[in-house]
Design a protein around this ligand. Sequence first.
Ligand code: BG6
Ligand code: MG
Length: 220
Amino acid sequence: MQSAPPGVIFDLDGVLTDTAELHYQCWQALADELGLPFDRQANEALRGLSREESLAKFLGPRAAEFSEQQKLELARRKNEDYLRRVAGLTPADLAPGAAELLSELRRRGARLAVASASRNAAAVIDRLGIGPLLDVLVDGNEVERSKPDPQVFLRAAERLALPPRRCVVVEDAASGVDAALAAGMRVVGLGPPERVGRAHCVKPRLAELSADELLALLDG
Ligand code: BG6
Ligand code: MG
C-alpha cells in the first residue's frame, strides 16, 4: 500500500517571518507607557503564547491593578499597534529561504499548512504573498486551546487529510514544540537549544533547513 503524502506544518510568527520582533516593539511601547519593566529577553517568554496569555505574563504581578475591562483595552490597543506594523510587511519580510523551501516542498508533493496561535495570521500571510503556496491555514480564530495543547496541529493535519504521523512541524517556540510532540508529529525547532531542544531536529534558522532534511524526518 502506498503511504500518504508528507505534510509539513509551519508555525508563522518567528518561523516564516520575524513578526516576533514586531510583537516585541508593540509590547515595549506599552511597557514604556505603563512604566513596566520589559526588554527583548522578557519578550522571549511570550513566544507562541496567545494574546491574552501574553498580556497576563507581560503585566506579571501588576495584573491585579487592572480591571478585566482595562485588560481588554490594553490587548485591543496592542493589537491595533501590531496591525499597523503588519500593514508595512512585504514579501521581502519573508524569512530567508522560506519561499524556496515552500516551493521545493510543493514540487516534491508535500501538503503544506500554517498553524498559528495568532488571530492575525491571514493578514500576515496576505502581506507576505505566500497564500498560493499553502494548502491550509489554521489560526487562533478557530481553536479554543492554545499551544502547548496539540489542537492547532491536529486540526491542520485533519484539514490536510493526513494522519499526524505523516506530518512534520517547524516551530520556534518551546510551547509550539511541546504541542507538536503532543500531537504525535515530528518536529524541527528553530532557535537556541535552550528554547527548542526538545524537538527531533534543531536548527538556528529556517535558511539552514532543507526540504531533504525535513522530509527525511518522516522516514522510518
Ligand atoms: C503567536 C506569537 O504566533 O501568536 C505570539 O508567537 C502572539 O507572540 C500570538 O502573542 C497571538 O498573536 P495575535 O496576532 O493573535 O495577537
Ligand atoms: Mg512562533
